[in-house]
Design a protein around this ligand. Structure first.
Ligand code: GLN
Length: 497
């Protein structure tokens, strides 16, 4: 814990953390030591980890990246936080994020942009950008994230780490500050699929305090690691070890949606994804063509449904029950108006306006209801695809990480970059990002100087002195599974890693 706290302090220039409290962390580390001393054992006992600031915590502020909750302290811990602490994980602090998890670059944070550890001029992705940067820069071995339309997968892709968004309902949303309740899902972000499996074991499971969490038989997400694809299920009997064969993934059918490889996919990302797919073939898998015909519609559908739910969820921030209250106001309405005007940033306001509009009388049928219908078709399209394949693979995002500021004034350009992650979210399917390689060095040293980024805090991140790696920026491979196929996805990702 001391080591990781020191790394966090030395890499302050990345701006990956919003709240760190060494005294609290060291006390938790001593408690974990005592449990170890008493003979207790467990894979997470004593493991330092960071929580995205969307999870409420008693011991740290819970800001959701917003001014609205800048000073908010929760009287309780989120279920995810509680479960990981019970398993002995030691929280080192709360990570930076786009305000209320709205964004794809972490530039919508009230606490400032996070820098990509591979190149400090580039964004780390969003909204779980702080968690991604913290893991990528080795400030912490693992972190939690949330994914509503890509916020675990896309920052994992942009920073070269592994992250999984489980099936909707797999992990409790209790104590996760809500963005779009029918889409929000928590998951782990770590260095490998094997690490994610261990973390997911502690995070997953039904919770009586979240009625959308699902009752499932207990499952060990590490059970299939190291096994061949065709091995019989869940670790009973002698596993057919993958090591015993040079084609451990023989029998695996990987579906490639043609809509994920069309115009709009950058050549460098395509090359890295193709190289990863060739490696899967070498491991014994076969590639099959599938189609997800409504992929393009996932953008308008998501950007109707998510803001609609957000406009409702964010109505609780009224300056009375929660959050920032304006210092000066007239009557009650004026107090609401001023408090919300001051507490919410531009992107959050844009979502609230869009959401209130699509839900309003006269527009509900044309927008919200229509979006719900297409959402169902998107889910059906996946089931059709899964009739011909076991897992779907493709890019996570059309490009590598862009420069800080590059899309900041163009929200629609930012929304379009979510094209490959939104569909799985709308369908409630599990999706993950696995490092596939590197794209062309898009920004280069000149971009760093132009953005005015100094070398401060860079050395600790373990990259070059200017934070620029000549190999370019990371590219993630997306793996989408059918409902509750997380153990299979992690098995396959682990075989690849
Ligand atoms: N980029 C998407 C948005 O801005 C997804 C964010 C998320 O998954 N939390 O809504």
């Amino acid at each position: 814990a001391e080591h990781h706290l020191a790394r966090i302090a030395a890499a302050a220039g990345l701006n990956a953390f919003i709240d760190v409290d060494p005294a609290v962390t060291l006390a938790a580390a001593r408690a974990a030591d005592a449990r170890l001393g008493a003979g207790e054992r467990g894979p997470l006992l004593g493991l330092p980890l960071a929580h995205k600031d969307v999870f409420v915590t008693r011991d740290w502020r819970s800001t959701a990246g917003s001014k609205m909750l800048e000073q908010y302290r929760s009287p309780f811990d989120a279920t995810v936080v509680e479960r990981l602490a019970a398993a002995g994980a030691v929280c080192v602090g709360k990570t930076n994020m786009d305000a209320f998890a709205m964004g794809s670059s972490n530039e919508n944070s009230y606490f400032g942009a996070v820098r990509n550890p591979w190149n400090h001029a580039a964004v780390p992705g969003g909204s779980s950008g702080g968690s991604a940067a913290a893991v990528a820069a080795r400030l912490v071995p693992a972190a939690t994230g949330t994914d509503t339309g890509g916020s675990i997968r896309q920052p994992a892709s942009f920073t070269g780490i592994t992250g999984i968004k489980p099936t909707y309902g797999r992990v409790s949303r209790y104590g996760m500050i809500a963005f779009a309740s029918s889409l929000d899902q928590a998951g782990p972000m770590a260095r490998s699929a094997a690490d994610c499996a261990v973390l997911l074991n502690a995070m997953a499971g039904a919770d009586p305090r979240d009625s959308t969490s699902l009752e499932r038989p207990a499952e060990d997400f590490t059970a299939r690691l190291g096994q061949a694809w065709g091995a019989p299920g869940s670790g009973t009997g002698a596993p057919a070890a993958a090591a015993a064969t040079s084609t451990p993934l023989a029998g695996l059918r990987i579906g490639l949606p043609k809509e994920y490889f069309g115009a709009g996919l950058a050549a460098d990302v395509r090359a890295a994804v193709d190289a990863a797919l060739a490696e899967f073939q070498r491991l014994g898998a076969t590639l099959v063509d599938v189609s997800l015909p409504k992929t393009e519609l996932s953008i308008p559908v998501y950007y109707v449904i998510a803001p609609a739910e957000a406009s409702s969820n964010l109505s609780r921030f009224d300056g009375v029950r929660f959050g920032h209250r304006a210092a000066q106001y007239g009557d009650l309405d004026d107090m609401y108006r001023k408090s919300r005007t001051e507490g919410f940033g531009d992107e959050v306001k844009r979502r609230i306006l869009t959401g209130a509009y699509v839900l309003s009388h006269g527009y509900y049928d044309a927008y919200y209801l229509q979006a719900q219908k297409i959402r169902r078709i998107i889910a059906q399209d996946f089931q059709q695809a899964f009739a011909a394949c076991d897992l779907i693979m493709g890019p996570v995002a059309p490009t590598v990480a862009w420069n800080i500021g590059e899309k900041a004034d163009d929200p629609v350009a930012m929304y379009l970059a979510d094209i490959y992650t939104l569909s799985a979210s709308l369908a409630g399917l599990p999706g993950m990002s696995v490092p596939a390689g590197f794209g062309a060095s898009g920004v280069g040293a000149a971009g760093v100087g132009a953005a005015g980024v100094g070398a401060a805090g860079v050395g600790a991140a373990g990259v070059g002195a200017a934070g620029v790696d000549a190999t370019g920026l990371p590219v993630g491979l997306q793996i989408i599974g059918n409902y509750f196929d997380e153990a299979r996805m992690l098995q396959v990702a682990d075989a690849f890693q």
